[in-house]
Structure formats: structure tokens, C-alpha cells
Ligand binder design. Structure first.
Ligand SMILES: NC(=O)c1ccc[n+]([C@@H]2O[C@H](COP(=O)([O-])OP(=O)(O)OC[C@H]3O[C@@H](n4cnc5c(N)ncnc54)[C@H](O)[C@@H]3O)[C@@H](O)[C@H]2O)c1
Length: 264
């Protein structure tokens, strides 16, 4: 591990901002970018709340953690708020990311343009399969996992993405941490053990589907066999609790929250 390299978390886990708020900040940012693209210079908390799919009181409280209160009768300046949220999320710099496990999912992730447009540069792709090493995806050659420490050090990589089978994920996490990575996004369906100072986020689409299946079952039960599978709330409720926060989000509003990323 390169001990003299600055680590992401040196300034504190969330700098006093609640984790649930941190999880919603990227959602606000995405909504604000859309508003800016549509030509809005200012936005009310109500409008932004609708665009982000949260209630406006929660939005105002979240933004107050950044010292942003808006102006009565005017709302928030879109460009200023984009700047404040980007700074809070550390997006004023471009983070280098490595991706380990370049199979089906890894190929899709490696070719995903959304990382670059949101401030993340995929610095390298790694796999343990000699047959995959050397394959070129999105301008990068897949490297052997043994090259990980050198690349992490040379490219100042802080964030690693794991898209290996779950039986390899812990070993890969250990190697990432050993190399100096301090944040891991884990797509493998398993819980990772990491030392203090290393943050892990887990993405599990099957888990999200299971939560939706729970709600579908409830809707079907309360409809007493009537059709209730279109999300319009046959049971009188048209809300689904967020997996990430336990909060309730109105279904008809744009579904742009951070629930796809579930903390471990
Ligand atoms: N989070 C989600 O929503 C989601 C969705 C789909 C798949 N997955 C998970 O993503 C993972 C990958 O799925 P896939 O379909 O791409 O699998 P895959 O078998 O196509 O690819 C896995 C890759 O990991 C490589 N690998 C295995 N051990 C390794 C190691 N020790 N070091 C480096 N590379 C190693 C393999 O050589 C292979 O290229 C699985 O854990 C799967 O369950 C998650």
C-alpha cells in the first residue's frame, strides 16, 4: 500500500452530513442538471423536490446541511446549487476508478459513458482470466489482476469496482485494499469485510426486485385478486418505501433517487 498518498476520507466520513442526505445529493444534482439543460436559472424547493422525487421539507433540510437555504420567493440558484452539491460530493475533481472482473457485467460497466460524464475516469480494467487479459474495451486493455498494485499507485486510484463472482469478491476486496483503494463499489451479491477507513457500497438489482415483489404481493393481496400490478395503488397507497432510507417516495413523480445503491 502506498502509505504517503492522501486518502479520500481524510476530511471525515461525511463531514457532518447524514448518510441519508449524502445518498440523496446525487439525485438532486441529476435533477438540477436537467433543470439547467431546460434553461432554468432558479428553482423553488417544491419544483426541485418533485424533480428529485422527495418531499420538499426533506429537500430543504438536506440542502441546509450544505449551508444552502435559497431565497424566499425566488428559491435556489441552479448553478450555485450545482456547484455546492458538486463540492460536497467531491466531484470538483475527477476520480480514477479501477474495475475488477470483466465478464458480462464488467463489459457493460466498462463501456458505460455515464461514469465519465459524472466525474469518474476508469483508469484500468482487471481480470484473473488469462484469456481475457489484453482484450480491449472502451479504449482500455484488460490487465491481469497482478498488475493492480502498480496501477493503483501510478494512477492514484481511490475507488475500486468489483464485478467478479461472489466467491472471488472478498479476495479481490483484500487486494484492492492492500493496493491502497479506500472505497469499493461491490456488485457481487455478498458482504465484504474491510478494515476501518474503507467504505463499501453495494449494488444488488435482484434485492431491489425482491423489494418490488414484496409490494406487488401486498397490492395483489389487498386487491383481493383484482388486478393490481400497474403501480397505480389499488390498495389506496401509491408509495414505495426506499430500500436505502426507509423513506416513502410518491410513485407518479420521476423515480430518480439513489435507492439503486444500498449501503452495507
Ligand atoms: N449487482 C447487480 O445488480 C448484479 C447484476 C448482475 C450481476 N451481478 C454480479 O456481478 C458479478 C459478475 O457477474 P457476471 O455475469 O459479469 O459474471 P462473469 O462470470 O461473466 O464475469 C466475472 C469475471 O470475473 C473474473 N474473475 C473471477 N475471479 C476473479 C479474480 N479473483 N480476480 C479478477 N477477476 C476475476 C472472471 O474471469 C470473469 O471475467 C457476479 O457476482 C454477479 O452475481 C450483479
Amino acid at each position: 500500500m502506498s502509505g504517503d498518498r492522501p486518502r479520500i476520507r481524510a476530511a471525515g466520513r461525511t463531514r457532518g452530513v447524514p448518510e441519508a442526505t449524502v445518498a440523496r445529493l446525487p439525485v438532486y444534482l441529476r435533477a438540477l442538471h436537467a433543470l439547467a439543460d431546460a434553461g432554468h436559472d432558479t428553482v423553488s424547493s417544491e419544483e426541485l423536490a418533485v424533480a428529485a422525487g422527495v418531499n420538499s421539507a426533506k429537500l430543504r433540510k438536506d440542502l441546509s446541511h450544505l449551508g444552502s437555504y435559497g431565497t424566499r420567493g425566488v428559491g435556489y440558484e441552479v448553478a450555485l446549487l450545482v456547484d455546492q452539491i458538486s463540492r460536497a460530493l467531491g466531484l470538483t475533481q475527477r476520480w480514477a476508478v479501477v474495475l475488477v472482473g470483466v465478464g458480462n457485467l464488467g463489459h457493460a460497466l466498462a463501456g458505460y459513458a455515464g461514469f465519465a460524464s459524472r466525474g469518474f475516469r476508469i483508469a484500468a480494467l482487471f481480470d484473473a482470466d488469462a484469456e481475457r487479459v489484453g482484450e480491449r474495451i472502451a479504449g482500455l486493455d484488460i490487465r491481469h489482476i497482478d498488475d493492480l498494485p502498480r496501477v493503483v499507485d501510478e494512477e492514484q486510484v481511490s475507488i475500486g469496482v468489483i464485478s467478479t463472482p461472489s466467491d472471488a469478491a472478498q479476495e479481490v476486496a483484500d487486494r484492492l485494499v492492500e493496493a491502497g483503494v479506500t472505497s469499493i463499489l461491490n456488485f457481487a451479491p455478498c458482504v465484504l469485510q474491510v478494515p476501518d477507513g474503507v467504505d463499501v457500497r453495494k449494488v444488488d438489482l435482484a434485492l431491489e426486485l425482491q423489494i418490488l415483489s414484496f409490494h406487488e404481493q401486498r397490492k395483489a393481496d389487498s386487491a383481493g385478486g383484482r388486478s393490481g400490478v400497474n403501480g397505480t395503488g389499488v390498495n389506496g397507497s401509491n408509495t414505495v418505501p426506499s430500500a436505502a432510507s426507509g423513506t416513502v417516495t410518491p410513485l407518479p413523480a420521476p423515480r430518480v433517487d439513489a435507492r439503486e445503491v444500498v449501503g452495507q
